[in-house]
Design a protein around this ligand. Structure first.
Ligand SMILES: Nc1ncnc2c1ncn2[C@@H]1O[C@H](COP(=O)(O)OP(=O)(O)OP(=O)(O)O)[C@@H](O)[C@H]1O
Ligand SMILES: [Mg+2]
Length: 570
């Protein structure tokens, strides 16, 4: 088994690269659009940037990459100047010195203005004039592009950490430069979603050069499937086990990557070319149960870090554990732990700020599925165990894992309408935000599956769901949805006779832009994979992944009904 290089290791993210490529073209054509990549910790933002830099092959575009997490100004200066001169030297086929001073020496006769500006920054730094040095540094790309006629891409990874430089108006100063530097594209990233959004809208809300936000999510279901297959190469793994792994990791590239690495390793040492449940269980055990497993250490460090703030320490693990069974309200957590609401509220606010807990409406929940699993089945058991024998805990862990695989298989054998019915039954009039839209999820009293006859010789699976006030019409689509489908649904729904309070279209495939617009115009709710997974996670349900191994258990429709909407017996 050979070691994978970074290039080989990187996977997917095509839509994000398409945008980045478009923005590079725009930059060269005089239309500059800055970008903010926002996403949870470890979701893969820096990897995207590294791949972007590795693929960037244009002598006219000079990248400057700065990782700002926990960095001071002298480091930032060194990296900025070093990066700029390194890539400039590369574009000119000059010697690539490792030392920044040597780079300055070898390039200064070709770019005297830039060299002068660098000398000034260094002098300011040497005399403790930090603000002047910072101002000149963020203007350096302007001096350089004016002198060379090249373009710059300045990448600020974890840009919110600029605050740690403790300089006055650090973002406003940057903003002023961004506005005027037309030959310079800025790409910023952040793991602190709320903080980043605030900075972008309040401090970097610019007259020119505003930021286009791209949210980096874990891999979607299709990409996760492709990723597994690419990583396993010739090793076989049944679809339902693959789907279990996707659900288990929430499609998080880091987790998938590490568990797949473990699986490849186990297959090699056991000389096995097919993965069954016991081997998967061993891989998971090694990664997240064994105290020195790479993911156990990762999660432990995360919790340690969260506990390290003065005064809140001990309460953090129980609060996290209280959230492992799905959404909770502040009152529920306080009551369950016997703690004051004000106390819990402060801790929850910090967990939300750290991106570990999500607040949606009045509910709190943990978004990272694997971390939630670890909290529930490793940390909680460890904390509760009277018998400290690791062997007993290991047995219990493996038993639980097998149960989770069985439960997942059972759930995936149900057909889509049954799965959605189970989800809808959980709605309790909660208010929830998804994809920037607020929904009030109705409490359904009765949900009946039905078939909707469409003009072409085909049926749509629908659910006829009623609340106390009236009925809702829920359309389920496994394949793509077009504009004509939306119109047909409306026509058929009107034929029903009774007034429909609302329509929800749930699609597991692409939704054509026109179909979406038409549906929104008609005030329909349109949920695709992203919204559906948010809801499933919110209610602590496994993801819906089609294409398992066994035949799905389909609830058969009753004999033909003369009406267009055929109700299926429950
Ligand atoms: N597209 C990808 N293909 C393969 N592996 C990936 C991909 N994205 C992320 N990973 C894996 O996840 C790890 C963490 O990703 P990365 O450091 O890019 O995340 P991040 O969002 O920048 O995290 P942080 O918040 O810590 O800065 C990578 O080291 C890599 O192992
Ligand atoms: Mg990063």
């Amino acid at each position: 088994m050979s070691r994978l290089s970074f290039e080989e290791n990187f996977f997917g993210r095509r839509p994000i690269f398409d945008v980045l490529k478009k923005r590079l073209l725009g930059l060269k054509e005089g239309y500059r659009q800055n970008i903010a990549l926002l996403g949870d910790r470890y979701v893969g933002k820096s990897s995207i940037l590294q791949k972007f830099l590795a693929d960037l092959d244009d002598k006219d575009i000079i990248p400057i990459y700065l990782d700002l997490n926990f960095k001071d100004l002298s480091y930032v200066v060194m990296k900025y100047v070093g990066g700029l001169l390194h890539h400039y030297s590369k574009s000119q086929n000059f010697t690539l010195h490792e030392d920044v001073q040597l780079l300055i020496e070898s390039t200064k006769k070709f770019i005297p203005q830039t060299a002068k500006a660098i000398a000034k920054i260094q002098a300011d730094m040497a005399h403790g004039r930090s603000l002047e040095a910072y101002r000149a540094l963020i203007n350096l790309s302007e001096v350089f592009t004016a002198e060379t006629n090249k373009f710059c891409v300045v990448i600020l990874d974890e840009f919110q950490s600029l605050e740690q430089l403790a300089l006055p108006h650090v973002f406003q100063e940057l903003g002023k430069n961004i506005m005027t530097q037309k030959r310079c594209l800025y790409i910023v990233t952040s793991s602190s979603l709320e903080q980043a959004k605030k900075i972008l809208s309040e401090k970097l809300s610019l007259l020119f050069g505003n930021f286009e936000t791209i949210v980096v999510e874990p891999f979607d279901l299709k990409t996760s499937q492709d990723f597994i297959q690419q990583r396993l190469e010739k090793i076989k793994m049944g679809n339902s086990l693959q789907n279990f792994l996707i659900d288990f990791t929430g499609g998080h590239p880091l987790y998938l990557n590490l568990i797949l690495q473990e699986l490849r390793y186990l297959c090699a040492i056991h000389n096995q070319n097919e993965i069954y449940v016991p081997l998967l269980a061993s891989a998971v055990e090694n990664a997240i149960f064994n105290p020195w497993g790479v993911l156990s250490r990762h999660f432990e460090l995360t919790v340690d870090q969260l506990c390290s703030v003065k005064g809140s320490g001990g309460a953090i693990p129980p609060i996290l554990i209280a959230l492992t069974s799905g959404r909770q309200k502040l009152q529920d957590v306080s009551r369950a732990l016997g703690l004051k609401q004000s106390f819990v509220s402060q801790r929850l606010a910090r967990l939300v700020e750290e991106g570990v807990v999500v607040k949606n409406g009045t509910f709190f929940y943990i978004k990272d599925k694997l971390f939630k699993y670890w909290l529930k089945y490793v940390l909680q058991k460890q904390l509760k165990a009277v018998d400290v024998s690791l062997e007993k805990q290991r047995e219990a862990f493996l038993l639980e894992l097998h149960r989770a695989v069985d439960d997942f298989k059972l759930a995936s054998q149900k057909d889509l309408s049954l799965r959605i019915t189970e989800l809808l039954r959980r709605f309790e009039n909660e208010a929830l935000n998804m994809n920037g839209r607020r929904y009030r999820l109705p409490t359904f009293k009765k949900i009946l599956p039905a078939k909707l006859k469409m003009p072409q010789p085909c049926f749509f699976d629908v659910l006829d769901a009623s609340t106390e006030e009236g009925s809702w019409f829920i359309i389920l689509k496994k394949d793509s949805l077009c504009e004509g489908d939306v119109s047909a649904v409306l026509t058929e729904s009107k034929k029903k006779g009774t007034k429909t309070l609302g329509h929800i279209i749930i699609s597991l495939a692409d939704i054509e832009e026109n179909a979406k617009l038409k549906a929104l115009q008609e005030r329909m709710w349109v949920w695709n994979e992203h919204e559906l997974n948010t809801l499933l996670n919110f209610y602590d349900q496994p993801y819906i992944l089609l294409g398992g191994d066994p035949e799905p258990i389909v609830v058969e429709p009753p004999p033909a009904d003369p009406q267009n909407i055929e109700q299926i017996a429950q």
